[in-house]
Design a binder for this molecule. Sequence first.
Ligand SMILES: Cc1ncc(COP(=O)(O)O)c(C=O)c1O
Length: 416
Amino acid sequence: MSRSFSRSLDLFARAARVIPGGIYGHTHPAATLPMASPYYATRGEGCRYWDADGNGYIDYLCAYGPMILGYHHPEVEAAAERQRALGDCFNHPTPLAVDLAERLVALVDFAAWAVFGKNGSDMTTWALQVAREHTGRKKILRADGAYHGSHAWCTPGHGGLIEEDYAHIHGFTWNDLEDFERRLKEHRGQVAGVIVTPFHHPAFGDSVLPAPGFLQGVEAACRREGVVLILDDVRGGFRLHRGGSHRLFGFEPDLICFSKALGNGYPISAALGRQLLQRAAGRVFLTGSFWNNAVPMAAALACLDVFAREDVPAKVAATGRLLRAGMERLSAKHGVPVRYTGPDAMPFMSFADETNFFRSQTFCKETIRRGAFFHPHHNWFLSAAHTPADIEETLEIADAAFEVVADEFRRPGKAV
Ligand SMILES: Cc1ncc(COP(=O)(O)O)c(C=O)c1O
């Protein structure tokens, strides 16, 4: 049952010589479980992937979200392959850009237009610029602890930053409408935009769904003050609702940013907005060498075909409910209380008696050893490729992992 990560470790040693940090950003081993988790992947199929040492996993991270239909989805791959044979990168956009914009505009109720990029950060940053261009104001409000990408105004990282990068970015407390109104008042007449995620999903923290009336209150305040409301649906988009996560939570933004699940792993992001913002959007320069590439657009169109045919969010939520029920049952069986938060399609589990994640790390190490990949500090993702049988297999693994946690932390001197 013990797994070797020797090839991962060898690769990492080589990488450390030629790549600063060896692996960068959120996929750095230090962010997960150094030595107890794979560092490199080689292939995937459905809800499973294999690491560089040949170990296979039922995957509950889905590449941090993009794999909504599962790895190597035949229909998406066939569409991408067809376009690859024709070409990907040209002097011009391809007709697929127009098709994709039309399809997305038809899908998202408030949207009149769409633009495309590669990453979520491209779109969240551009959305702020559109809000500034439209209002002629500088300031942006965002929830404390929310992740909106890796650009200088929002990166949670360190290094190379100057105070001016976030000089006009101000925080408010998630789910605290009074605090939000206070911040808006403090900067009255200067706030261009408010950016929110559909639910709060901080790393190293439990997920928090919007309190009744919170997002509606934010929306009303934005309308009152002429502030552009931006929904960062990069993480939740197409997993929670195929028309945008605002539909699940009953509010309406002015701009919405998608990425991750839009292309089932192909690099594409999109921003869609109201008619009212179309002129400003046309004035804010938006480009990148590969932003018009046709293969990811073909993949995205194939995903939209699947989303039109199958209720993917309902399917993923149903599978997610099985996982939640199973985890809660096992937690009770082993007498190890957990907090299981977030939507069923993108849950997070932490151990109720701790804040240091030691139990979470032990739990995830034990599931990884047995072939189910869970992240100890980041919300999980389910996909339409997970079946009830996969969940059953996972829960057998989780049963053993809970047992280890219960045993480890019951020993004298080990309780933390
Ligand atoms: C809510 C949210 N916004 C923005 C981003 C940034 O997207 P990307 O990493 O594609 O730049 C992410 C990425 O995880 C995200 O979860």
